[in-house]
Design a protein. Structure first.
Length: 451
């Protein structure tokens, strides 16, 4: 019988999807933060549930051969990186195994399926082109930083090893300007204050879009703040005020006011240029994105007579990259601003055989099918929740010869692959890609062929 308060010595046999070490005491699963596979540790049982318990790490008796000293001073507090005490090569193996285990858990038939090693980075730092930090007041001091792991408590940081040095500089200067001009952070309890969050987006040239999220349009001294920021940091190309008046933990609201520049920045993937707006999706790691999309196109194995669907197309990144290989590509996306950007990006890159449709994928795809517009190849890149069942049903009805599934969530990926297999497809190859080094997240590209 496991009880709260017990002190136990345990072997860590695995790491779960949250980055917690996994052990067993008399076949009862115990999860421990900051423990990794191969560790032998002393723990205190702090919580007992019906099917598992949680333990607090008291002492490392024997270190795993894959344990390293976390390179970031904020790691023990910040919730952004869960695996920073694990050797990078071991992280890549963990991510491959995580994808494989999720596929098996969903009863996907992996016999004869090629599961490739995770594609990693040579330099897994300073790779993020988007970061978001909350702004609060604590003990009469303005604090800017990410959330503490598992909470909405803000961690005060001076730099982030994952974002550009220029973005670090913007955060530092902005914090001082908020103090100088007495701009009060928003307080969820009193519902008073102005500044809520800051979001930074950057491109390969380290040009920056700064988004200042405020509780209302009232923003004292914003002209002076923007002038000083853009004078000190020449890399800032645009500043946008985003209005989030809801008392919520969501970072951004729906209204944007451009304070400097034109409200967008441009970035490239391969030979293509893309316009990025404050609220449009763009992959966070440019280096790995090129590898990810190249693999997706390789799996698609397109030819000039093919019709291709790009479902959940965002600002058209995959659509435009496949356009030169096919007769026509249709991109579908629910975010209207992303479709506007996608159409602009098609013109910017002189692509004439891409058509972009705004709406819910589960509504647009059946509509295309009813119009007898069928795809030879379907590429899907859904959000974390995966594909809606109507989308899966439409893909099965169309009987397209290939489906290339790009996913940021191995769990929903595996669920959808099982549905596609039940509908007549067979999983052939899986390629994990490390889009987010030091975190538990893994991107995956899968190839499915019609049986």
């Amino acid at each position: 019988m496991i009880e709260v308060g017990q002190i136990k010595e345990v072997n860590i046999i695995d790491v779960n999807h949250m980055g917690q070490g996994v052990s067993r005491i008399d076949d009862f699963v115990v999860f421990i933060n900051n423990a990794i596979e191969g560790d032998i540790v002393e723990i205190e049982i702090i919580e007992v549930k019906k099917n598992f318990a949680k333990g607090k790490l008291l002492k490392i008796i024997k270190k795993s051969e894959n344990r390293i000293n976390a390179p970031c001073q904020y790691f023990s507090q910040c919730g952004g990186c869960q695996l920073m005490y694990i050797d990078y090569k071991a992280q890549l193996e963990y991510k491959k195994n995580r994808v494989l285990n999720e596929l098996r858990r969903a009863f996907v038939n992996t016999e004869g399926v090629t599961i490739n090693d995770t594609i990693g980075m040579e330099e897994p730092f300073r790779y993020r082109n988007k970061t978001a930090f909350s702004v609060i007041k604590k003990n009469n001091k303005i604090i800017v930083g990410p959330y503490e792991q598992g909470t909405y408590n803000t961690v005060n940081i001076n730099s982030c090893m994952l974002q550009t040095k220029e973005a670090d500089e913007v955060v530092s200067i902005l914090k001082n300007l908020l103090i100088k001009y007495k701009v009060e952070p928003y307080d969820k309890r009193t519902r008073r204050g102005t500044i809520r969050n800051i979001v930074l987006r950057s491109n390969k040239q380290n040009e920056i879009m700064l988004i200042l999220v405020t509780s209302s349009e009232i923003f004292p001294n914003k002209e002076l703040i923007v002038k000083e920021l853009t004078t000190h940091v020449k890399e800032i190309k645009t500043v946008v005020q985003n209005i989030n008046s809801r008392n919520t933990n969501l970072i951004m609201g729906y209204k944007n006011i451009v304070l400097f520049g034109d409200g967008t920045i441009k970035d490239t993937i391969g030979e293509f240029t893309f316009t990025i707006s404050p609220d449009t999706f763009f992959q966070i790691n440019q280096i790995q994105t090129e590898k990810l999309y190249e693999k997706a196109i390789e799996y698609a194995n397109l030819n000039k007579d093919d019709i291709c669907f790009d479902i959940y197309c965002g600002i058209g990144t995959i659509s435009l990259m496949v356009a030169k290989y096919v007769k026509k590509v249709y991109g579908v996306e629910i975010v209207e601003q992303s479709i506007i950007n996608a159409r602009e990006n098609a013109k910017l890159n002189n692509i004439e055989n891409a058509e972009f449709l705004s709406g819910k994928a589960e509504e647009v795809l059946p509509m295309l099918y009813k119009k007898s517009i069928n795809a030879d190849v379907i590429i899907v890149d859904p959000p974390r929740k995966g594909c809606e069942k109507e989308v899966i049903d439409s893909i099965i009805s169309m009987a397209s010869k290939k489906v290339v599934y790009v996913s940021c969530n191995p769990s929903t990926l595996s669920r959808d692959i099982k549905l596609l297999e039940d509908g007549g497809y067979k999983l052939k190859e899986v390629q994990p890609v490390d889009q987010f080094p030091w975190s538990t997240h893994v991107e995956t590209v899968c190839l499915l062929l019609r049986k």
